[in-house]
Design a protein around this ligand. Structure first.
Ligand code: HEM
Length: 401
């Protein structure tokens, strides 16, 4: 039996300590998240993989939306996004999930994504060129954020001028805000994306990814208007909120571990493979998105009743000592294969090849140009974002050299 049923209010500032305690007690526990939502939290690696693939654990949020009322105390973690943004594959089970995923899979294979490398290199080089030796900057703002957001906006054909607005809406949606704030941000996001889909539909088709999706041949399967809006939303948020933190968390880990930084400076050819170790050690997704039991499910010796949220902490699973030796240690030469930072099973991250490419390009350019960059803040003053989904810093102040 666990002694900890309520995750502490400052959980996001040091989740690993909490996970270590929970994991030592058992693979899955009934806990209240910091704002009160009651869930069954999985912290061990083996059980995490089972929970992410068991078909009795559903992601159909249309059918499961009412569970928030059941498990959230008043005014706690209930958040209702604009319904116009919700018809996407991360909220679905097969066969709906299978259908939507099939329509975009081809555009995101490692081979197709590799064709984007020259453009990603160009964007990274432009961003680096704006920075100077001796500058003190927030690395997230100056580099780690604009790179992936420029790439995803180009893929979706969205004018880059709008990106500050998106960032604000998207941040609001993924952090702890009031229901009013969430309704406002998701309403504006929906309005914008509806207009965007309409605009692309009325323009002449071109060979860009989103135009092809909107103008797909009527003879085959295609996304309807609502599905296009939600797909754009999912890709935009995923493109906004994740890769930025993979880059940021990796740079922070390197600044804390100069010996590991030295290895990558001496042997930059190790950078692409090291992505897996950074994803394992401090992946950008802490607790994966909502899942719930549709019938009683036994998981790691615990019987979870029907209609309960089952939440998987990916960063906890990735530090399970049963799976990885010295899990808290950064070792850029370790074989970190098998981590679940991109999820597991049918919802495995669609954008993984793109995230890996962006990471590789970003870190290679950054370390080549500023090999002696340093942290420009006391480590204990760094603040993690107030989200159980996203694991990333508010700002990462660095001195460039
Ligand atoms: C380092 C960067 C990234 C990380 C760590 C990451 C992580 C994840 C995780 C953990 C999931 C599964 C969530 C769950 O099962 O609850 C997921 C799904 C997804 N990701 Fe990513 N992601 C990243 C980048 C991206 C990018 C750049 C894109 C878009 C281009 C993207 C698009 C998606 C989509 C569409 C899904 C839903 C897939 C489905 O339901 O079948 N991701 N991602």
């Amino acid at each position: 039996m666990t002694t900890l049923t309520q995750l502490p209010a400052d959980y996001v500032q040091n989740p690993h300590e909490v996970h270590d305690m929970l994991r030592a007690e058992g693979p899955v526990q009934e806990v209240h998240l910091p704002r009160g939502l009651k869930v069954w939290l999985v912290t061990r690696y083996e059980e995490a993989k089972v929970a992410l693939t068991d078909p009795r654990i559903s992601k159909d949020m249309q059918a499961g939306g009412h569970l928030f009322e059941l498990h959230a105390p008043k005014e706690a973690d209930r958040r209702q996004f604009d319904a116009g943004l919700a018809v996407h594959m991360l909220n679905m089970d097969p066969p709906n999930h299978t259908r939507l995923r099939k329509l975009v899979n081809k555009a995101f294979t490692a081979r197709r994504i590799e064709l984007m490398r020259p453009r990603v290199e160009e964007i990274a080089a432009e961003l680096i060129a704006k920075l100077n030796d001796g500058d003190e900057v927030d690395l997230l703002e100056a580099f780690a954020f604009p790179l992936p957001i420029t790439v995803i906006c180009e893929l979706l054909g969205i004018p880059i001028d709008n990106r500050d607005e998106f960032r604000e809406w998207s941040n609001t949606l993924l952090s702890f805000g009031t229901q009013e704030q969430i309704a406002e941000a998701s309403g504006k996001m929906a309005q914008f994306l509806i207009a965007h889909v309409d605009r692309v539909a009325n323009e002449k088709p071109d060979d860009t990814f989103f135009s092809a999706l909107v103008h797909a041949d009527e003879s085959g399967d295609r996304l309807n208007h609502a599905e296009l809006v939600s797909m754009a939303f999912l890709l935009l948020v995923a493109g906004h909120e994740t890769t930025v933190n993979l880059i940021g968390n990796a740079v922070l880990a390197l600044l804390h571990n100069p010996d590991q930084l030295q290895i990558l400076k001496d042997r930059p050819e190790l950078i692409p493979a090291s992505a897996e170790e950074f994803l394992r050690l401090e992946g950008p997704v802490n607790i994966a998105t909502f899942r719930y039991t549709t019938e009683p499910v036994e998981l790691g010796g615990v019987t979870i009743p029907a209609d309960e949220f089952v939440m998987v902490s990916l960063i906890a699973a990735n530090r399970d000592p049963e799976k990885y030796e010295n899990p808290d240690r950064l070792d850029v030469t370790r074989n970190a294969g098998g981590h679940v930072a991109f999820g597991h099973g049918i919802h495995f991250c669609l954008g993984a090849p793109l995230a890996r490419l962006e990471f590789d390009v970003a870190l290679t350019h950054l370390l080549a140009r500023f090999p002696n960059l340093q942290l420009a803040a006391e480590p204990e003053t760094l603040v993690w974002r107030d989200s159980t989904l996203i694991r990333g810093l508010h700002t990462l102040p660095v001195r460039l050299a």
